[in-house]
Design a binder for this molecule. Structure first.
Ligand code: PFF
Ligand code: NA
Length: 438
């Protein structure tokens, strides 16, 4: 059977942007920002996105399009070495690890969505009365495990449809909806009184905080930058392997990074003013911040239920367009390397992740470890390996792939880019790994 490819260029951009734009922007970003000094964090994070995230994204694109294979096959075929195949295999594990906690959060979101939809029939959505207590009662345990399975099943259904009829079609529907609704909500929120304090918190650059906390901000900001761009997991290798035209990778990568950053900022422009307009301190409530804060804000507003249907609907779409990209990594490995049918690969992986995710859904401690330390470590280490591969194994071939289809401006950046991915960024990532580990 011939390998599938994207039907259109927009299809690839939307799929990759759909992978990038997700819970990382809407759920993880606001509470990371709140925990790390507001706008100070935003600035450091933006610098890492530009200096590490975007060149890293291009590194994965170059490997994927050059090899037209999943991360395992790509690293093996391009190097001729089994050792590199094993390194590529780590990305399959990363995909499973990511889904094991992402599906739990996705399950919370589906639950809030369904409960708000049922609200008018059941005399009001349960979480609106006491958001904190509600989140506490549903976040872990049997219910959480159940909704996580639902989210996982939806993810599997889309991936089962394949590259074109599943991933490309799904993201073509979901991404524009996410963008339109977020813009609408940001405009609406700006008309609320008290929103100003939210903008201040989010957007006033506080250089003093950056200066005094730079090193403690750096680790989380780097982790967040990689996570939000879906870099380091092999997702972008996999997606780029389905490209069959010579189009500009630097251009496509920039569009994807811009969309992702735009949505992150948009989400901040919705979440922070909304919280502050209700007198809710984003504080450091951890993973519950979004759920408790937003539900509290909606509870205090007229038409809160309708708004929460919109909001959690948007978030569910954003989450699904990312989770499918996590599942596609190990699916592509099994299909390309082992020769399984897509159906068999999806079925087997869903069974595995249903088990690992269920364990996570019962263990808050494990959830924190997987969603924080483990994922940061896998993404940072994964990107380090991919970039060393691009810089030292591919070398000039990486440059050749980078410039294929690229305009003259991007072409001039090819050699500096190779130096960045071969030397500068690996040093930075190693440093980040060591500071996080130590
Ligand atoms: N970028 C996604 C987000 O911001 O929610 C998360 C993600 C997806 C990370 C895919 C890694 C990945 F491979
Ligand atoms: Na993101």
């Amino acid at each position: 059977m011939t390998r599938e490819t994207w039907a259109t260029r927009t299809g690839f951009i939307l799929a990759a942007a759909g992978s990038a734009v997700g819970l990382g922007n809407i759920w993880r970003f606001p509470w990371m920002t709140a925990e790390n000094g507001g706008s100070a964090f935003l600035l450091v994070y933006l610098i890492v996105v530009l200096g590490v995230g975007v060149p890293g994204l291009l590194g994965e694109f170059v490997i994927g399009r050059r090899a037209r294979r999943n991360p395992v096959g790509a690293l093996r075929n391009l190097s001729g070495s089994r050792v590199w195949a094993t390194v590529g295999g780590i990305s399959a594990i990363t995909g499973v690890a990511l889904l094991s906690f992402y599906s739990v959060v996705g399950g919370w979101i589906l639950r809030y969505l369904l409960v708000s939809l049922a609200g008018p029939f059941t005399g009001g959505a349960a979480y609106l009365a006491d958001p904190g207590a509600y989140f506490g009662s549903i976040s872990f345990g049997v219910g959480a495990a159940g909704y996580h399975l639902l989210f996982l099943a939806l993810t599997g259904l889309i991936v089962l449809g394949g590259v074109r009829r599943g991933i490309e079609l799904g993201t073509k529907v979901m991404m524009p909806a996410v963008l339109a609704l977020l813009v609408g909500m940001a405009v609406w929120v700006s008309t609320r009184s008290g929103a100003g304090a939210g903008y201040d918190f989010f957007l006033t650059f506080d250089f003093e905080t950056i200066r005094t906390n730079f090193f403690s901000i750096l680790g989380p900001a780097a982790g967040q930058a990689l996570f939000t761009l879906s870099v380091g997991a092999g997702t972008m290798i996999t997606y780029a392997s389905y490209i069959d035209e010579d189009r500009s990778l630097p251009f496509d990568g920039s569009v994807i990074a811009l969309l992702n950053t735009g949505v992150g900022i948009l989400a901040g422009l919705v979440v922070f003013p909304l919280l502050f307009s209700q007198g809710i301190d984003p504080g450091s409530g951890g993973p519950g911040t979004l759920f408790v804060g937003i539900a509290g804000a909606f509870g205090a507003l007229p038409g809160g239920e309708a708004l929460s249907i919109l909001f959690f609907g948007v978030v569910a779409f954003a989450a699904l367009s990312s989770s499918i990209s996590m599942l596609e990594i190990p699916v592509a490995v099994l299909v390309d390397e082992v020769g399984w049918s897509r159906r068999r690969a999806v079925g087997t992986l869903l069974t595995l992740i249903a088990a690992t995710g269920t364990v996570t859904a019962f263990q808050p401690g494990l959830f924190d470890f997987v969603s924080g330390t483990l994922v940061d470590f896998l993404l940072t280490g994964g990107l380090l390996a991919f970039l060393l591969f691009a810089g030292w194994v591919l070398g000039r071939d990486a440059v050749a792939e980078y410039v294929t289809g690229a305009g003259s401006a991007a072409t001039r950046l090819a050699t500096p880019w190779l130096f960045a991915v071969g030397v500068v960024i690996p040093v930075f990532l190693t440093f980040t790994l060591l500071t996080t580990a130590g």
